[in-house]
Design a protein around this ligand. Structure first.
Ligand code: SF4
Ligand code: SF4
Length: 203
């Protein structure tokens, strides 16, 4: 969950239409119409990346008239589906996927169960990635992969689609690098053998 107090804006006239603000926006709040960015205030999670990236320095953050609360309550989605997805991805429901907003894995899973198609929609629904935008990406992508979503980034240079875990290391690598103790780590993290690699086509 995030309480978003700021929203992005920009000065139309000096804009050169470079599209960098659109490319870096984590929640797809910016769409280029012709060569001008249009900001959807309802999707802006207030991260400020567009402001940081604008080469013309013509973007800014301003206070919203009222804070926007962005959240998907985990209990609002079917619990069996949420827990099954978390199990499939091998992620504990209570772990904080986004350490900036303290968004738990159960909320990210609920957003996916409720229909988030890609990382940008998860961000817009939960507010994750509005802080550092680093640590939350891999587990959120893993949940999307486990749900069988199309892993092609919608726009260039947003994220790397491959997020591997201990369970995705191929047998050939296990045999070649026994000193990495991958199998021992798997047993330590998952003594009941609950987790499995994601399907090849999901990576
Ligand atoms: S979400 Fe971030 S990058 Fe996107 S419009 Fe809002 S402040 Fe800019
Ligand atoms: S990054 Fe700045 S100059 Fe480039 S399209 Fe966005 S507002 Fe215009």
């Amino acid at each position: 969950m995030a309480v978003v107090k700021l929203v992005a804006d920009y000065a139309v006239e000096p804009c050169i239409g470079c599209r960098l603000c659109d490319i870096v926006c984590p929640s797809n709040a910016i769409e280029m119409v012709g060569r001008k960015p249009i900001i959807d205030d309802a999707l802006c999670i207030g991260c400020g990346r567009c402001v940081d990236r604008c080469p013309e320095d013509i973007m800014w953050m301003e206070e919203r008239a009222a804070p926007l609360t962005v959240t998907v309550r985990p209990e609002a989605a079917p619990q069996d589906a949420v827990l099954a997805l978390l199990d499939k991805a091998g992620i504990d429901p209570a772990v904080s996927v986004c350490v900036c907003t303290l968004t738990p894995a159960s909320e990210i899973a609920a957003a996916v169960v409720k229909g988030a198609k890609d990382l940008e929609e998860v961000c817009a629904m939960t507010g994750m990635r509005s802080g550092c935008g680093i640590y939350c990406v891999a587990p959120a992508l893993r949940l999307l992969q486990a749900a069988g979503r199309d892993m092609k980034p919608p726009k260039a240079h947003r994220w790397y689609p491959s997020t591997l875990s201990l369970w995705d290391v191929p047998a050939e690598a296990l045999a070649r690098y026994p000193d990495a103790f991958i199998e021992e780590d798997r047993k330590a993290f998952d003594p009941d053998g609950k987790y499995a690699p994601l399907p090849e086509n999901a990576r």
